[in-house]
Design a protein around this ligand. Structure first.
Ligand SMILES: [Zn+2]
Length: 342
């Protein structure tokens, strides 16, 4: 427990000191921020986590809380935002999978050692003991080999273990790294999709953010740093839980009834028709013309969700897509800010 507490404190402290040194989300793009923090603070806080053994539920919770705090902070999102939203918007997996990946890579490194190496021989001996005298070791929580076997089963990698014990063959470190990375990502992605599919808070979010990678608004802000504030705004909008069952509200600017202010501001408020005309002019300049026709054929809700996601299923080439994402980030901010500030 002390070890985990220390890791949490180190993670918070190093992140705070890195941020104080100028790598702040208000100054740098969250993707860059995330990369620096991931490469500097996490290895320091989780040094030696390969041999930590199986973590208790309390320890895992403590670590995950710290991880979520860091994740929300670097994106400038409120602390009460749902974790599954925040993590997927920057493309981070949970901390448990990060630790498991380190453990599996360490396991792979030992399996690739020459046969005379002492750690290789200890591991093989332990694995055989586990295989043939399983009962004796089931309560040993800090046993590295037992922990690794459990993790291998968890991520459906047990075939590699069986093959290793039968023939002594194990993938090289480079290939193993790729296999582990892919398996963990697929497993976590599946879990994430299941979680958001059963929770009604994510009804709208799952229509907006379908892929587990940084939100396109952050990528746009990498190319156009002056749009960082706008990107942050659009990402925060994606995290808002839209209450679709609420009663209609009367707009004091145009006199129409609406249920969702964001959809109303973007699609139907007459007060913002000048901005809307400007936006459509820019969309029409974006070739091919069938794309504008496609956008025009959508209903108000779907149109709004496409703008918030900055993604479209319509086939566009790279430059056109970038231009479309740029327009989304720029105009969603203008629509909503003008609507709420006037
Ligand atoms: Zn209105």
């Amino acid at each position: 427990m002390d070890r985990t507490l220390k890791a949490c404190r180190t993670l918070r402290a190093t992140t705070a000191s890195v941020i104080r040194s100028g790598i702040h989300p208000a100054v740098l793009n969250p993707i860059v921020c995330a990369k620096i923090i991931r490469q500097v603070c996490y290895p320091k806080a989780l040094y030696g986590c390969e041999i930590w053994g199986k973590l208790s539920k309390t320890e895992t919770l403590m670590l995950e809380r710290t991880h979520h705090y860091v994740c929300k902070f670097i994106q400038g999102l409120p602390r009460r935002t749902r974790t599954d939203m925040c993590l997927s918007l920057i493309g981070w997996l949970n901390l448990d999978s990060f630790i498991n990946e380190r453990k599996l890579l360490f396991f792979g490194r030992i399996c690739n050692l020459p046969q005379r190496a002492i750690s290789f021989r200890i591991l093989v001996r332990k694995l055989f003991e586990l295989k043939y005298f399983n009962q004796e070791y089931t309560n040993c929580a800090s046993d590295f080999s037992k922990d690794c076997v459990d993790i291998l089963y968890k991520y459906h990698l047990s075939d590699y273990l069986t093959k290793f014990m039968d023939s002594g063959n194990f993938p090289s470190q480079r290939i193993w790294k790729r296999i582990v990375h892919r398996s963990i990502f697929e497993y976590e992605l599946n879990e994430w999709q299941q979680r958001i599919n059963i929770d009604s808070d994510f009804n709208i979010f799952k229509k907006i953010h379908k892929v587990f990678q940084p939100h396109p608004a952050w990528t746009v802000a990498l190319d156009f740093p002056y749009l960082r504030k706008q990107a942050n705004y659009i990402v925060s909008l994606c995290c808002l839980v839209h209450n679709t069952n609420s009663d209609s509200i009367l707009c004091d600017k145009c006199g129409k009834l609406f249920t969702d202010p964001c959809i109303h501001a973007i699609s139907s408020c007459d007060y913002l028709s000048d901005i809307r005309d400007e936006f459509w002019c820019e969309l029409l300049c974006l070739n091919p013309i069938t794309f504008s026709a496609f956008l025009g054929s959508l209903n108000d809700e779907d149109f709004c969700y496409i703008l918030l996601s900055c993604e479209t299923e319509f086939e566009l080439d790279c430059e056109q897509k970038k231009r479309f994402q740029f327009l989304c980030v720029k105009y969603v901010y203008r629509f909503c800010k003008t609507f709420s500030h006037s």
